[in-house]
Design a protein around this ligand. Structure first.
Ligand SMILES: *Cc1c(COP(=O)(O)O)cnc(C)c1O
Length: 404
């Protein structure tokens, strides 16, 4: 089969000679499945959502999977499922996506920001326990597997003195990552995103996986107005119009149209992950010799597997140049890059909405000045990776030439 995937450099519908930062490819299988849903007359939550949940749960080795409208909605529902008192403190990395922190606020809880190790982009046991002390003891914790690098969830939970059942995992980057031989996705509430640029793109959508049947049942109701779990069947022949609403829920269901696309994409995931690994290895090889360029952290092979959602490099002071100068150098050559993320404590709205530990968040401040995410997606051709790496080398060396 000849597809875009095994042809180098047909990436995106890009202007020739450019390397876009991101790409979204909807497979022929997914397009066909979407077409079938559109002609079936049943487009919202229904049998395709159920089938997608079953297949997704199998993929990540979880007992239950509950499809939701976005990872952000899933995070809010996962936090609401804990039934914490209003304003209860929840630890979260400051080096994460703003939506994750908004989910804490919308759940009526108080975000407590945790600093990161600039070498990993993630909280350490020390920064986690410092943040827990700063808020007088955390009620719950959100853990993000930043860039797809699996975090040690049990160690961080222990450092926070938070039981495993109160850890909400933000696995938006981590579909395809493993930890001690198991895919990320088993355990407490683990949240995935199917946003257009994520490892399994649908366009929009999310999934919460859990091994706890009560949490799954609660999420199933809460994602659809809090109506009794099978309310979606009420329009089917023989379905009953009767339902109850035991408590308030959200409107955060996934549609059959999205689920059909997700199912069609899922068959490609192993190939996409292998391609991401190949591309990351090529970047490693080409960038490793460059002085002042820090390669992304990854788990020891015996510990886990990186999902390679992002390929984040660090432009270190020893490079003699800056992240912004390297990004501008690449942009001038038609190469897209991004920064993940602007730390939450630097976004104006959050300044008054979150708790910042005494002493601030110096690790995140350091990393924010250095972090640069390079293009990485299955349709990226190897020649493009070579071009990106050469442009990074040129940016670093060019500066050296000017300096002498
Ligand atoms: C993309 C992302 C989210 C939000 O996902 P949506 O499905 O767009 O709501 C949350 N956290 C992280 C780390 C992300 O990258």
């Amino acid at each position: 089969m000849t597809t875009a995937l095994n042809r180098p450099d047909v990436a995106a519908d890009a202007t020739p000679g450019t390397v876009p930062f991101a790409d979204c490819w909807i497979s022929p299988q997914a397009r066909r499945a979407a077409q079938e849903v559109l002609t079936s007359g049943w487009v919202t939550t229904g049998p395709r959502v159920q089938a997608f949940e079953t297949e997704f749960a199998r993929t990540v080795g979880a007992r239950h999977a509950v499809a939701v409208s976005s990872c952000t909605a899933g995070l809010e529902l996962s936090l609401r499922a804990l039934q914490l008192p209003p304003g209860a403190p929840v630890l979260v990395s400051t080096f994460t996506f703003c939506g994750a922190v908004q989910a804490i606020l919308h759940a009526g809880l108080r975000p407590v920001l945790v600093d990161v190790d600039p070498a990993t982009g993630m909280p350490t046991e020390a920064t986690t326990s410092a943040a827990a002390r700063a808020c007088g003891g955390a009620a719950a914790m959100m853990v993000v597997h930043w860039a797809g690098d699996p975090a040690d969830v049990p160690a961080l939970a222990a450092a926070a003195c938070v039981p495993g059942s109160r850890v909400v995992v933000d696995a938006a980057h981590a579909l395809g990552a493993t930890w001690h031989g198991r895919p990320i996705g088993s355990g407490a509430a683990v949240n995935f995103s199917f946003y257009a640029t994520k490892n399994l793109p649908i366009g929009e959508g999310g999934m919460v996986t859990t091994d706890d049947p009560d949490t799954a049942a609660w999420l199933r109701r809460a994602r659809l107005h809090g109506m009794s779990a099978d309310a979606w069947r009420r329009y089917l022949p023989g379905g009953s119009w009767r339902y109850d609403v035991p408590e308030a829920g959200l409107k955060a269901n996934l549609t059959d149209l999205q689920a059909a696309i997700g199912l069609g994409q899922l068959g490609w995931l192993p190939r996409w992950q292998r391609r991401r690994e190949e591309l990351a290895a090529t970047y490693d090889e080409l960038l490793e010799p460059l002085e002042g360029v820090g390669l992304p952290h990854r788990p020891a092979p015996s510990t886990g597997q990186h999902a390679w959602h992002l390929y984040p490099i660090r432009v270190l002071p020893s490079s003699g140049t800056t992240r912004d100068a390297v990004a501008a150098h690449l942009a001038a050559r038609g190469i897209g890059t991004s920064v993940h993320f602007t730390p939450v404590h630097l976004l104006s709205y959050f300044r008054s909405a979150v708790v910042v530990p005494p002493g601030g968040l110096p690790g995140a401040d350091t990393l924010f000045a250095q972090e640069l995410s390079l293009p990485l997606y299955p349709r990226l051709g190897t020649p493009s990776v070579t071009r990106v790496a050469a442009a990074v080398a040129d940016a670093v060396h060019g500066h050296r030439r000017e300096a002498v």
